[in-house]
Design a protein. Sequence first.
Length: 518
Amino acid sequence: MIDRWTKFRRGVRSYLKLRGIDRYLILERVSRKENSIAHLMGLLTFYLSLSMLLPLFVAIWYQEDVRPWIFPILLTLIIGTCLLIRYRPHERIRPTEAMFVIGCGWLYVMAIGAIPYLGYGMGMIDALFESMSGFTTTGSSIIIDLNAWPLSLLFWRSFTQWLGGAGIILIFVSIFPMLGVGGRNLARGELSGGFEVHNFTLRIKDEIKKFHVIFMALSAILVLLLLLTGIGLYDSLVVMFSTISTGGFSPHPESIAHYNNAILEWIVIIFMILGSTSFYLHYQVVKKRQIRQYLANSEFVYYLAIILAASTIVLLSVFNTDLSNLESNIRTSMFQVVSLMSSTGFASVDFSLWNDAMAFLLLALIIVGGCSGSTAGGLKIGRFKITLGFIHSCLYKAVHPRAIFMIKLDGRPLKEDTVTSMVAVLICYVATALIGAAFLILLGIEPDVSLSAVITTLSNCGPALGALGPMGTFGGLPDAAKIILTLTMWIGRLEFISVLVILTPVFWKDLFRYQEKN
């Protein structure tokens, strides 16, 4: 199959032949090598350079120093262009190449995204932490005084979450199904059409485009609704970036509580739920034009049920029998439950001041997370449902050894490999949380704060307990702790199995063997 570059080169050659200068054709002398990894990294770098133009315009509009933006834009533009000119992709991208780009590409993007922070005087480790928190849609921050930083940098901070959310959808559709850990099997069966494990089919590329159209459409609707609340264009964009991506960064120290706007909070609640719902499910609703498709999905129904139950518990426990401001109490309870369960991390009140029972409940919600195939973090509702089914099958077979017990989701039987991968992710989550917390405790951090910090970063949520709560920051932690939590954000975003695959020797052996052949 002739790629676009070859067609372009032949067109230029034909045109120049007519002018009699074919012997001096520069493009003919450029021999493009086949290297999918280099080509995809070039695309990634080039798109990042274009993305940085937005905060540059913000800096110009607010008359801020634009020099911290000029260097990273030029750097990424040059690197990206050189890689795209020098390398072209193979006709089929192999799983090892795709997983390398996704796993190591996230670290690469984090490093580039940290350059603007460095330009404005932030330390190296803090800049990497903040950048990783943005691109993984975690929302944990080391910035102590938000008002001391330029608006363009705060804009970029939230925009990275929106970019990360779009990247998560790409991973959900294309990469995780190769490993059996993603939301494709959890989000009501398979994608329409075929999916070939060993390459990106045209069908999958079409699905990615459709999912991103839905993502951008929801973003546009949310911006318009936020503008109607009267908070202004800048705040509307920043809140939209952090809401639809379930990221949680805010340009104000008080988070959403800064606006003191009931209508805005209800809008954010709705879109936090939409952002943490499977985008495959959104796609089915749009495709079939049937709202009832939401209620036909057991994971989504369970998600809403848990939100309502947890909100009721918070309402009765925190606000007791106070009926003087019922709407405000209901809104506050639901906002915090949805915010943490969707892994957004916004705060309308300082919930770290609530009693210990509520702290435990909110931490449990952070662990559970949202729906599979969404931008939400956590272990996901579907994965918990399958794990409970697995436990039930083990108990059933203990009583009836010869029985055949099929674990089903929405009436469809799941493959054994799918169930095994779900349980493996759960085990990896618990093991990583315990190991990470142990390291933080050795650094002198309180046990409860250490465990909550690791859990909230693994679940890509944001706020933890104690001094790391919604009105606090991670800025006071030792540098070693920040490095550990940066890694847990990365591991949690890639859902463990992807990271473990990348760390295996057989992965690198296969990757290098294939690269040497080409």
